[in-house]
Design a protein around this ligand. Structure first.
Ligand SMILES: [Fe+2]
Length: 216
């Protein structure tokens, strides 16, 4: 019996700085909001979807404006990632993509359906999305799913809880974040790339960096 998709959740609410949510909200308000073109190699969007609207706070802004988050990525969160993973886990050495924020505002934004290139991903949910509010993280059970509809047909759904840190292996199962139900709603998540010895940072596709940063 092959093992299906699984993830691990740590409730770290009490370990975060007292003002962490307000801190994240303030930085996220200055995110880069626009239509992002679909990602080469990793996208699992239908052919007629060329771009998807969302917000992104880049890693350099996170490091500068949320120094506690940058430190946690390389410290406490790394320690938890190592507990969650059978292999030795390492953070990214390249500061362009270690930890970033994804931001959704209103009902038009969502996060692209894709697979990961890194072997372990950590997400710190920074907002609560109650039942019916949308914004769920959805993993398709079919590794061959090549669009949102196929992912939704059979899937695992993770509802964002502020202060929950989840780890998963996202290379096999396509995943995306659903749009929000209310125009006034916001979804904030910190996204962290981790690597292992069997899948080190050097395996990151150079076309991905060219797409995101204009250089390998
Ligand atoms: Fe992902």
């Amino acid at each position: 019996m092959p093992l299906g998709f699984s993830w691990i959740t740590y409730d770290i609410t009490s370990d975060l700085p007292g003002n962490w949510q307000a801190d994240i909200r303030a930085v996220a308000a200055e995110a880069d909001f626009r239509d992002f073109p679909c990602t080469p190699v990793l996208s699992r969007e239908a052919g007629n979807i060329a771009h998807i609207a969302r917000g992104r706070v880049y890693a350099d802004r996170v490091r500068e404006n949320l120094p506690w988050l940058y430190r946690f990525y390389r410290g406490y969160f790394l320690q938890l990632a190592r507990e969650a993973c059978a292999e030795h886990v390492m953070p990214a050495l390249d500061d362009r993509y270690g930890v970033v924020l994804n931001v959704q505002r209103g009902t038009e934004m969502r996060f692209e359906c894709h697979v990961d290139s890194n072997p372990l991903t950590g997400l710190l949910f920074c907002t609560d999305q109650p039942t019916g509010a949308g914004g769920e993280l959805v993993f398709g059970h079919d590794p061959g799913a090549s669009d949102v509809g196929a992912v939704e047909r059979e899937c695992s759904v993770i509802r964002p809880h502020a202060g929950h840190l989840v780890f998963f292996e996202g290379r096999k199962y396509p995943h995306y974040a659903r749009p929000l139900a209310a125009e006034s709603d916001v979804r904030l998540v910190a996204v962290m790339n981790f690597y292992t010895e069997s899948c080190p940072e050097s395996t990151r596709p150079p076309e991905l960096n060219r797409h995101l940063f204009g250089s390998p």
